[in-house]
Design a protein around this ligand. Sequence first.
Ligand SMILES: Cc1ncc(COP(=O)(O)O)c(C=O)c1O
Length: 403
Amino acid sequence: MTRLSNIPTEHALARSGPLRAERTLGLAESVIREMTRLAFEHGAINLSQGYPDFPAPAAIKDAAKGAIDADINQYSITWGAKTFRDALARKVSRQFGWEVDPEREVTVVCGATEGMFASMMALLNPGDEVVIFEPFYENYGPDCALTGAVPRHVALRPPDWTFSAAELEAAFNERTRAIVLNTPNNPTGKVFSRQELETIAGLCRKYDVVAITDEIYEHILYDGHEHISIATLEGMRERTVTISSLSKTYSVTGWRVGWVIAPPELTDSIRKVHDFLTVNSPAPLQEAAAAAVSFGAEYYQQLAADYTPRRNRLLGILENCGFHCYRPAGAYYIMADISAFGYVNDTEFVKHLIKNIGVAAVPGSSFYKNPEYGAQQVRFTFCKKAETLAEAERRLQKLRPGR
Ligand SMILES: Cc1ncc(COP(=O)(O)O)c(C=O)c1O
């Protein structure tokens, strides 16, 4: 390993390792964010990273501007502005009939990303095992690497991305401290059913394990699918950490406002990690967040209604070109099988897609520990304007199966 500095000092001479912590050395650049970079470089339509290219709701933009003008520009309470925590507790009560205490059970963080990392840091010791369904949102791997937790993967199998209860139970043992759940799921679009959640909850109770659940797509659902928060199941509230954020529901992925709901004792540790990591999520945007989570039920119905034609449109475009698509029940991604195109793997295919066709997607292998499992899959997002999808369709015409 090369040293960063070539100026020998007494200390440097005494040490042989790199100037960086070992825990960071195995981390690769996020494949999703790398694809966005490549898309810019090659002028490709970016159907890789999941951020909307259409405007956020005017009401929350006005609330953010108003908060800055009202000089809410200093640190907020580290675990979140009271106005926002109170409004969030009211939302959760309306949504699930779940009464959370905004004083002791809510932590406002810089997006679900920080929520997951702070929760793992707060709840897991190095060497503790964490059960993670695979394919998984790519951050969970680095989250484990940085906290020293050991992931145990359990397969979700297409076409419905179901899991085997026996395989799941086999992943639990006396070292298991947590299970990471993501419903609605990225990348598969799976929405975990009540029965599946009951199976998971039963194992959490049996093995005394915490469920850390990423519910960032909780309002993006299709075909009558219902989002169930595992915390609302019998005996789960006291062992569940529920994470969500403004990013997807209100189309503001750059704002970095998220939240973690957990029982008081767990919240106490999560708040400490959060405090020393970031102090607080942006103060004026938390005021806007209070306005956002106070929207009525019609906002969420409209959100899902707006996403449904986008999903159907991209499914149609991809299927017409020869992809075999797994129809998502929630979230805003389509996992597609690329076997028809005859590429050795997903990475080669995506490179061709970006450079020669002008459309960016995410290689499926980035969602698996063993890249071979995703070697014939790619993920597209459809959180895009109709014009963007139309242009992607025009470009994808050049793609032909069995090249
Ligand atoms: C499952 C999942 N969790 C978390 C995030 C990141 O959320 P945030 O923007 O709130 O940090 C994403 C973003 O794509 C995601 O898909």
